[in-house]
Design a protein around this ligand. Structure first.
Ligand code: FAD
Length: 400
């Protein structure tokens, strides 16, 4: 019988798995179904750009139609609402449809973690999806227009970014680049605009090379970004934020980039989780299950020192590639002949806006254009892996 392979999520992990299977397997070898709540894939690693308004959101959107061969993959645009791996081995969609499987791949990505900070969920924007970044972009422009009408409210031009991890740092770099254009458009004195990046940890970009962190802070300060490091946010209201030290900062915009947790559906699987992520076995399986694989931000993989790798697109893609090989072998040989997954950290790069970035590849540290070119190479490599040269030509040059 043709094995039924069900893949949930068409982000970095799920899409890579699906497209590799599409390439490897003949159309009648397996019955592959991919479920995603949108009919497009998006380049999450560039969401900070449309959020700041420096790039059109359409540029980071890729229609799944362009990538999927319908003869080989049955794509369903729907939201997964329940996953039962314990009893019925069934996935339920919001349209009422129930899907069964022989092999299940869960790659539903992450959600925002607010660490219980009061008011954050209600009053802060988040950089998570095409829709969420469109809202941020429009809100920023609205704040400039509002200030123009009510110049007695300097807080309209204060932009607070909570979290100075990769997303927060990349976003403030991009936002600082957008401000001169907005000031010109709305005839506002640039000195009136404040971008404040607030981080609870003792350093920005926690865990990253300290020399590169210093470089990044210097570049961003020169662009006008203010930093409050080692300063937890205690609460967020309609008016702004209150810090743990009691300071209140009024702001028309608060963007929270301070943390992620796995998808809430992961917490309903009946397996032990850590912030909605599951510690998978060396073959990327849910513990105790032969045929349920969990990858990307939903999984936790430990390094040789026993520390979890941070959830990144890089690891999600490598997991997808690895898993597709395992599934292909299963389909061809009729039995699981699994090989352990080993993550190969190829390097980490963070952009700091126009012409600036920091990066580390192996022991090599990079800054400025060299780091930016590295980021571009990483992006193009990914685009090539999912859509070949035509996609690199169509989208590659636009990013960066
Ligand atoms: P995702 O890529 O998030 O895919 C999950 C998919 O599941 C999505 O398509 C989503 O729509 C779909 N989905 C979710 N819930 C449902 C549901 N209930 N039903 C149906 N479909 C659903 N990583 C890097 O390596 N380098 C970077 O530079 C980098 N920069 C980043 C910048 C930003 C702003 C952000 C937010 C993240 C960044 N990351 C970066 C992290 C990286 O994007 C994630 O680790 C990666 O996307 C994880 O891949 P995934 O397949 O697990 O999930």
């Amino acid at each position: 019988m043709t094995p039924k392979i069900l893949i949930l999520g068409a982000g970095y992990g799920g899409l890579t798995t699906a497209l590799r299977l599409q390439k490897e397997l003949h159309y009648n070898e397996a019955d592959i179904t991919l479920v995603n709540k949108h009919d497009y894939h998006y380049i999450t690693t560039h969401l900070h750009q449309p959020a700041a308004g420096t790039v059109d959101p359409r540029r980071i959107k890729i229609d799944l139609d362009e990538l999927i061969d319908k003869d080989r993959i049955n794509f369903i645009k729907a939201e997964v609402v329940a996953i039962d791996i314990q009893n019925e081995r069934k996935v339920t969609l919001d349209n009422g449809q129930g899907l069964t499987y022989d092999i299940l791949v869960i790659a539903l990505g992450s959600e925002v973690e607010t660490f219980g900070i009061e008011g954050l969920k209600e009053h802060a924007f988040t950089i998570r999806s095409i829709n969420s970044v469109q809202l941020i972009r429009e809100h920023i422009e609205y704040m400039f227009a509002k200030y123009k009408n009510e110049p007695g409210h300097p807080e309209y031009l204060t932009f607070i970014v909570g979290g100075a991890g990769f997303t927060g740092i990349e976003f403030v770099g991009e936002l600082a680049d957008r401000i001169p254009e907005l000031c010109e458009q709305f005839e506002v004195n640039p000195k009136k605009v404040r971008i404040i990046n607030i981080e609870a940890a003792p350093s920005a970009l926690p865990g990253f090379d300290p020399q590169l962190v210093d470089y990044a802070i210097e570049v961003l300060k020169n662009k006008g970004v203010e930093f409050k490091i080692n300063t937890p946010i205690k609460a967020c209201t309609e008016e702004g934020v209150t810090l743990a030290d009691g300071e209140e900062i009024k702001a028309g915009t608060v963007v929270w980039t301070g943390g992620v947790r796995g998808n809430k559906l992961i917490e309903m699987l009946g397996i032990e989780t850590m912030r909605a992520r599951i510690k998978v076995d060396e073959f990327l399986r849910a513990p105790g299950y032969q045929d349920v694989f969990i990858i990307g931000d939903n999984s936790i993989v430990f390094n040789e020192e026993g520390r979890p790798y941070p959830p990144t697109a890089q690891i999600a893609v490598q997991q997808g590639e690895h898993l597709a090989k395992q599934i292909t072998s299963y389909v061809r040989n009729g039995k699981m002949d699994l090989k352990p997954f080993k993550f190969n950290l190829r390097g980490t790069v963070a952009s700091l806006g126009k012409g600036e970035a920091i990066g580390k590849v192996g022991n090599r540290k990079m800054t400025g254009y060299t780091a930016l070119i590295m980021k571009q190479l990483i992006d193009n490599r990914y685009l090539y892996s999912i859509g070949g040269l035509p996609l690199v030509i169509k989208k590659g040059k636009l990013l960066g």
